[in-house]
Write a protein that binds this ligand. Sequence first.
Ligand SMILES: Cc1ncc(COP(=O)(O)O)c(C=O)c1O
Length: 475
Amino acid sequence: MKIIPSEGQSFQKVLSEMKSFRKEDANYIDGRTWSLVYHLNEDHTEFLKKAHNLYFSENALNPMAFKSLKRFEHEVVQMTGSLLNAGEDAAGTLTSGGTESCLLPVMAYRELALSKKRFKKIVPEMIVPQSIHVAWSKAAKYFGVKMVNTPLTSEFKMDVEVLKQKINRNTIMIVASAPSYPHGIIDPIEEIGEIAKTNKIPFHVDACVGGFILPFAEQIGYKLPLFDFRVPGVTSMSADIHKYGFAAKGASILIYRNMEYLKHQFFIQQDWPGGVFASPALLGTRPGGPIAAAWAAINALGQKGYQDITLRTMITTKKLLKGINSIEGLAIMGRPHASLFGYCSTDPELNIFAVGDVMDSKGWHIDRLQRPEGLHAMVTPVHENVADQYLYDLKKAVEQVRADPGSGARGNAAMYGMIAKIPFRGMVKKQVMKMMEKMYGPDCEMPMDQPGKEPFSIRAGARVMNWFSRLRRPD
Ligand SMILES: Cc1ncc(COP(=O)(O)O)c(C=O)c1O
């Protein structure tokens, strides 16, 4: 087991060692990644670092101690609230990221339902579309709420007819996306809002990825369906400043229509020997840096800055959508509303995951979708300069896979393909659990730690497939 070095090393040595570790990390600065990092430019990043460093040590756990942090939080909530048309009574908190902004409403609405004795000794339920971000499944698991999935329509939107049928007295909330992570499509928020209002059920719009791009797209003239608090049934929204808000990582906004909802999120323990404890969100210690950088980013960019970023992003997205649709055998899934989308193969002979593998080998970092299978892209301004190269490489990748139809049975394509198709999802889960145990276990077994060997995840996939083929041996 690794131990803490007995003697400390010089700052310089530690830093240069850290830099050397980064060599194999994904290259986001040159637009090679299509998720994970929202990088505007070096100047903006340097500015964020300065703002973050000003509050490097401060802790928003106690707002009385660091009043400036409370002020930042309040102003960021207010500015985001007005951006999302939340109205004068809106109230919210800054959280550590999208996931926290998805976890907390589930807990808050469960508490609200409990306070109204809406359900009794029965598991509370939340209704979501199948495309909802996985953070909501995590929330359901953490807070003991049953997640009721509704299928997607052929346009990749929540099926409101099914939603109506699924509502019952245990329903504590409805969630929909603006837009969804996998396909970049806004759910029918107005229709859902109407249903939620009629049934008096809280309705959260997850705009974690869209909250800082959809409003600006509207402002510069893009026609979008209503997605925010203008829809009367919407009771809360999440919007990540660390995504299209171009702030430092660790900042998202969770905002409710009024305090009657937010108060159920607060935690107060009056009897703790450490003192009376009150906490507005999930974390105890709340790092000051991301809060300060969020305030700094919004003020430095202003509405005009965000509009410019949005315009550049939307133009690049349009180019990519058009370019991908023009490659024979590929098609965009549905009609994306913003700057992220999925695309799939329309030709049974063309394995989309094999196309992904070729793109990986050309240095792109692309996420895979399943159910249905596809590749994913989240566009930011850094992609302006690489969109043509991406489309060129994609066209070549499709040609390469067509010329080598067996490629879908090799490499990562084989693993993703197997994992997407296996009908026994419990088996997939079990294998992924083993993978996690290895990754987070004492040996920290990462795929790249095994030169010459296929990654253990592929072996895990192969094991699942072997197990499955034993049950259904081909003739
Ligand atoms: C719609 C949506 N909700 C929630 C999240 C979770 O955000 P985070 O990764 O910041 O926890 C994401 C992340 O991409 C998202 O797209």
